[in-house]
Design a protein around this ligand. Structure first.
Ligand SMILES: Nc1ncnc2c1ncn2[C@@H]1O[C@H](COP(=O)(O)OP(=O)(O)O)[C@@H](O)[C@H]1O
Ligand SMILES: [Mg+2]
Length: 540
């Protein structure tokens, strides 16, 4: 019943904001066309379709607003004019009562607020669609913030997501333009994001790991989680007093070096993605603060670690090489890397794919470096690759979104920011370090226990292989003159140096890809091959 009421509300909003004008009505079934026909009574739609969509989402409530915010970070799918409008959506939801907040905290932590805290601020610090945050002081006098999820939000989300799925399926079925937006996929992505935000224990664990990764760093600080008072429903953490990164005037007044600040933002991003392989993927300005106590060397503070990303080892490696190839405008290599990484099918025609990539990237390179957006470049690249059947992995989408956020933020702080010059040495160093003897030794140490486990299985395997070679040889022996036939084993042994040598050679190529550009990606396999080669030579 409630759902039908909600559906009617949606239909009314569709009329009011003439959202019917966004779909291709001719292809709709008669019943749907009839249902939408009263929309004309609401007058001619304004030209600004983005604004109409934004207002409609605002009228539909916080879950839709949050969805609009997510859409605004997908310029790969949503047209630029709509993206710009949706980016203005604010999820300033009226707070729920502090008495209710206390009740949630008391239930989750099984003690009264008075027992838990020395003081507790009734007025919330912030209230959004999913969670609300209050400041408090612990019994030991430390300042903390307490975050709890809105009451009954799970039910509301469940219903709204179900509705969004219905709308997405309709859009996919009846609108060609709509289909291109991959609506069902986008809703699935949103569903994942919003449910992740409900589990505060997971958010706390992410914050703890991010904090650990930047322990002792001068770049980023993450507040400490108070695990004694935290669980799935409530999160208590150290209170931070940084300047919100959007308060440019305050940062200016503090004499902050904006160039350093912007460059440090880029450095943090690349460190998270390539060194830690664990990146904060909700880097919108509301979650970033600046510690300006040393204005020449300002540092960042990050909160709200509900959405984090990490890449597979292969994706991480190919992404780094791809970025370097883009920097060098080596489009052929970009195409080859897309194929080798398996992002596009192996059968992709390299020449055609190279030209398509060149066609989108080259015009972008005609602009001054500080106007080129790496994030947009990546989006154009993925959009092109989609035409060649690339299935963009969710982790890569998260990366692309975060890169856009970081870049946007960096340019807001320091418009001359040259992301390329800041990022390139970092990537070069990362790739070089990856194949340094130290790092190879580290990998060797990491995998050695597994190899030791497998080592006893190798001699029987080799023996079996030799036996099968021997029996193959037997079958051809009939045509070999008896005088020339040698002992099978010595015949096979004659090949040992070659087989062993080949294994060592190709192993080295794999382990040190820069020395042999053709084979590149599998240093671990390379090391294993070298070990097997040595073993075969010893057998001889
Ligand atoms: N550790 C903290 N110290 C100080 N303020 C905080 C802290 N954590 C959150 N806040 C305030 O609460 C707001 C919302 O917190 P956040 O974790 O981002 O929640 P949401 O998931 O609703 O975005 C932040 O923008 C910030 O103003
Ligand atoms: Mg936030």
């Amino acid at each position: 019943m409630i759902r039908i009421r909600r559906l009617f509300k949606i239909i009314r909003i569709v009329y009011r904001y003439r959202l019917d004008s966004l779909i291709d009505k001719d292809k709709l079934p008669l019943i749907a066309r009839l249902l939408l026909s009263p929309a004309v009574l609401y007058g001619k739609p304004s030209d600004n379709r983005g604004e109409r969509l934004r207002k409609a989402l605002e009228s539909l409530g916080p879950i839709f607003v949050k969805f609009g915010q997510l859409l605004s970070t997908r310029p790969d799918l949503v047209p630029a004019d709509i993206c710009a409008e949706l980016a203005q959506l604010q999820d300033n939801v009226p707070p729920f009562k502090s008495a209710k907040f206390r009740q949630i905290v008391e239930q989750a932590l099984d003690s009264s607020v008075d027992e838990l805290f020395l003081s507790f601020e009734t007025e919330p610090l912030a209230s959004a669609s999913v969670a609300q945050v209050h400041a408090a002081v612990l019994k030991d006098g430390s300042d903390v913030v307490v975050k709890a999820v809105r009451p009954n939000i799970e039910k509301v989300i469940g219903k709204d997501i179900a509705l969004l799925y219905t709308l997405a399926r309709l859009l996919a079925k009846y609108s060609q333009d709509g289909r291109r937006l991959r609506p069902v996929e986008v809703i699935a992505d949103y569903e994942q994001v919003i449910y992740d935000e409900l589990n505060l224990q997971a958010e706390g664990a992410n914050a703890s790991l991010l904090r650990h990764n930047f322990e002792g760093s001068q770049l980023l600080y993450v507040p400490k989680i108070d695990w004694a008072y935290s669980n799935e429903k409530v999160l208590v953490m150290e209170r931070i007093y940084g300047t919100p990164v959007t308060n440019i005037d305050d940062l200016k007044a503090a004499g902050v070096n904006f160039k350093t600040l912007a460059e440090r933002g880029v450095e943090i991003f690349f460190t998270q993605v390539f060194e830690h392989n664990f990146f904060h993927a909700d880097m919108h300005p509301g979650n970033i603060f600046v510690n300006a106590s040393n204005p020449e060397k300002p540092s960042y503070i990050a909160i709200d670690c509900a959405i984090m990303g990490s890449l597979s080892k292969d994706d991480q490696y190919y992404m780094a090489r791809n970025l370097i190839a883009i920097f060098k405008r080596d489009y052929r290599q970009v195409a080859e890397l897309h194929i080798r990484s398996g992002w596009v099918p192996e059968s992709t025609p390299v020449n055609e794919f190279t030209s398509a990539i060149r066609a989108v990237c080259e015009p972008i390179f005609q602009r001054p470096l500080n106007e080129i957006s790496l994030g947009h470049m990546l989006i154009s690249l993925f959009t092109t690759a989609r035409r060649f059947d690339m299935e963009v992995q969710p982790s890569l989408v998260l990366l692309q979104k975060t890169l856009l956020n970081i870049e946007g933020l960096g340019r807001q702080l320091y418009p001359q920011l040259d992301l390329w010059t800041t990022a390139q040495p970092f990537l070069d160093k990362w790739l070089k370090d990856r194949y340094s003897p130290k790092s190879l030794f580290k990998q060797f140490k990491r995998y050695a226990p597994d190899w030791m486990e497998q080592l006893p299985e190798i001699p029987p395997l080799i023996y079996q292989a030799l036996q099968s070679m021997q029996s193959n040889e037997k079958s051809v022996k009939a045509v070999v003159p008896a005088a020339q036939a040698k002992s099978k084993l010595s015949f096979t042994r004659k090949w040992f140096p070659w087989v062993g040598g080949a294994a060592i050679g190709s192993g080295l190529c794999l382990a040190f890809p820069q020395s042999a550009n053709t084979l590149s990606q599998l240093p671990e396999t390379g090391i294993i091959l070298v070990a097997i080669g040595l073993f075969i030579l010893l057998l001889r």
